[in-house]
Ligand binder design. Structure first.
Ligand code: ADP
Ligand code: ZN
Length: 614
């Protein structure tokens, strides 16, 4: 076993490196600048932590958020590695002391907020220290292209330039389009860097879209069925957060909330309640989540459709950081599109933009919203849809999303298509989807009368087809480019040249429709809670033992003042339940149990396992 492998086992308790990790570590150890682009939960941290342990000097890790630093430092300390953070959460005295210890060489790794780097007292330390590596976490924050640009990240280069000797630089991110990637390399001035990109796919996440009549009931039922699990429910507005949270609370669900309208103190408290599993369910707007490293989030439900795929994947991606199966469910409702449209049209946040740029930004946002909406309507593999959006081409069957798990049947919808297209054509392409559907369905609405669409030759021609199917067919026609939506405040639906083939009867339209709307997914449900879990990877889990181990984990977390998942991950608890180790040696063989944690907690866990065996 080479040194890095020994460290992986000793400190982190893992036997093997995951994809990309070894290449990244070797490159850093060679002294080559390195950029790692890997999805959330892939294991980026140990790629800089292991080299940091092997280097002579100290490693400075730059991270954008206090909560991230705190979490990582707690995890390192729990693993028996001396590390500290330097940021504004420390009092002046604590800061002085931490810097003092750093100077004395007590830490191999220190986490620093970017704005600290070029302060006088930090520089005084840095200019006289042996700095082996500067590692930049969330490196996309240097790029103005991304959504998370932080001007303070630009201080990193200023800092490195001041150092007497240039250390090796490593950078990590989960979000990188080509522009962002090039920006990271250019702005951080990485020298012929090794770049490792492992793709965006998160195999342990399952994806589903549902269009329930009663969203609240759907959420409530899900939570009852998945009791004891931790999850996030994202809502589009503060008002919806308040409503959903209050209702769940009234039904006795351990739930908390987060949005920008709460006081700082309440936000901090609620976030901690969630992270420490005191309130395992969080109802929040998209203000929540950046910097949340909680590894045992088992589900992310979107109560509303978010504004674009980027946001969706980032938010949904907060599930399953520990690599365990987790569910991402989007509850679609027509109103979500309207609300998002409203946000786009009224977004005047960017005051510095001139009117032409603002127009372009809005146009781009509307385009992104459209692609998000199509996600909710496609009958193809959802994972593939997302990956394609990010420019990755995979197979169009993942077997782990609501579309792959739904039985579809092919249907000839040419007749329906002809009426829909005919209605659009005869009304001179002046209306949006809603009006067209209401017309062919023959809805008796004041709005239609105003437009005199009740006099249209297609009025009521598809009264026998449900509105749901009509919408699906219309979306299919857009996806297949027989129709397009105009990119303006009220999207109009218009014909493309291809549509004429259908209207002239030269073309049949076949599409996949769900069989009886009954999801096979229900039976095959991929993710399962540890309780009573019976999938082939794990065999049957002893529920009673899992509960006991979980309680012990909570007890230790309280003593150590760290979140439970930092003591042991859910995955490690599950493996303990199976292996039921009663010797130290056997316990060490369990993934996630390192030497330091074994010495600290081994006896207590083994004690519980032994008792349970009687
Ligand atoms: P990222 O920063 O890429 O989102 P983390 O570094 O937080 O991911 O790692 C995610 C989880 O994967 C952590 O619980 C970590 O301990 C675990 N992990 C990392 N490397 C390995 C490995 N080689 N084997 C098993 N688990 C690993
Ligand atoms: Zn799929």
């Amino acid at each position: 076993m080479d040194k890095k492998q020994t460290l992986l086992k000793q400190y982190f308790g893992y036997d093997e490196f995951r994809e990309g990790q070894e290449t990244l570590i070797n490159s850093i150890l060679n002294g080559t600048d390195t950029l790692g682009i890997m999805p959330t939960g892939a294991g980026k941290s140990i790629c800089f932590q292991i080299p940091a342990l092997m280097f002579e000097g100290v490693t400075i890790v730059i991270s954008p958020l206090i909560s991230l630093m705190k979490d990582q430092v707690s995890a390192l300390n729990q693993a028996g590695i001396h590390a500290a953070f330097l940021n504004s959460s420390l009092t002046a005295n604590q800061y002085r002391l931490a810097l003092q210890y750093t100077k004395e060489g007590r830490y191999k790794i220190i986490y620093v907020a970017p704005e600290r780097l070029v302060t006088e007292d930090f520089l005084e330390f840095a200019l006289n220290a042996d700095i082996a590596m500067v590692s930049i976490d969330e490196a996309h924050c240097v790029s103005q292209w991304g959504q998370d640009f932080r001007p303070s990240y630009l201080k990193i280069m200023e800092f490195i330039d001041k150092l007497p000797k240039r250390p090796v630089i490593s950078a990590f991110t989960a979000t990188a389009t080509k522009e962002v990637k090039n920006d990271i390399i250019d702005i951080l001035r990485l020298k012929q860097p090794t770049v490792v990109f492992t793709g965006f796919d998160r195999k342990n996440l399952s994806f589903a879209v549902q269009t329930p009549n009663d969203k609240y009931e759907t959420v409530h039922k899900y939570i009852v069925d998945n009791i004891d699990q931790s999850g996030i429910i994202y809502c589009l507005t503060r008002k919806i957060v308040e409503e959903v949270c209050a209702k769940l609370k009234a039904e006795g669900v351990p739930v908390t909330r987060y949005h920008a309208g709460l006081s700082d103190a309440e936000r901090v408290k609620n976030q901690e309640d969630f992270i420490y599993d005191r309130k395992p369910i969080m109802v929040a707007t998209n203000a929540f989540g950046m910097g949340i490293d909680k590894s045992n989030v088992r589900f992310v439900i979107h109560y509303n459709m978010p504004k674009n795929i980027e946001s969706y994947y980032q938010e949904a991606g907060r599930a399953g950081r520990d690599g365990e199966p987790s569910e991402c469910i989007l509850l679609y409702g027509g109103q979500d599109v309207v609300t998002n449209q409203f946000f786009i049209d009224n977004n005047n946040d960017n005051e510095e933009l001139d009117s032409e740029t603002l127009r372009l930004v809005k146009e781009r946002d509307r385009d992104r919203l459209k692609k998000m909406t199509f996600y909710c309507f496609t009958n193809e593999c959802l994972r593939d849809y997302i990956l394609r959006y990010f420019g990755e081409y995979g197979s169009n069957y993942c077997g782990n999303c609501s579309n792959c798990l739904t039985q579809f049947e092919e249907m000839d919808v040419t007749d329906i298509a002809i009426h829909l297209l005919g209605c659009i054509q005869s009304s001179k392409q002046r209306y949006g989807m809603g009006v067209i559907i209401d017309t062919v369905h023959g809805n008796d609405l004041a709005k239609l009368k105003k437009y005199r669409m009740n006099e249209n030759e297609h009025f009521g021609s598809l009264a026998h087809v449900s509105v749901f199917i009509l919408r699906q067919v219309l979306n299919h026609l857009v996806l297949k480019e027989y129709l397009y939506l105009t990119n303006e405040e009220f999207s109009l639906v218009k014909l493309t040249n291809n549509a004429l083939d259908i209207l002239e009867g030269d073309h049949t339209v076949i599409m996949k429709l769900a069989k009886k709307q009954e999801k096979v997914a229900k039976e095959k449900k991929v993710k399962k809670s540890a309780k009573g879990r019976k999938d082939k990877d794990y065999g049957v889990i002893d529920e009673g033992l899992f509960e006991l181990l979980r309680n012990l984990r909570s007890e230790i977390a309280k003593e150590e003042k760290v979140p439970p998942y930092i003591v042991f991950s859910d995955k490690t608890l599950i493996e303990l339940c199976q292996a039921k180790p009663v010797t130290e040696e056997a316990m060490l063989a369990v993934s996630g149990v390192g030497k330091f944690k074994l010495d600290k907690y081994g006896e207590r866990f083994i004690g519980v396992i032994k008792l349970n065996n009687y």
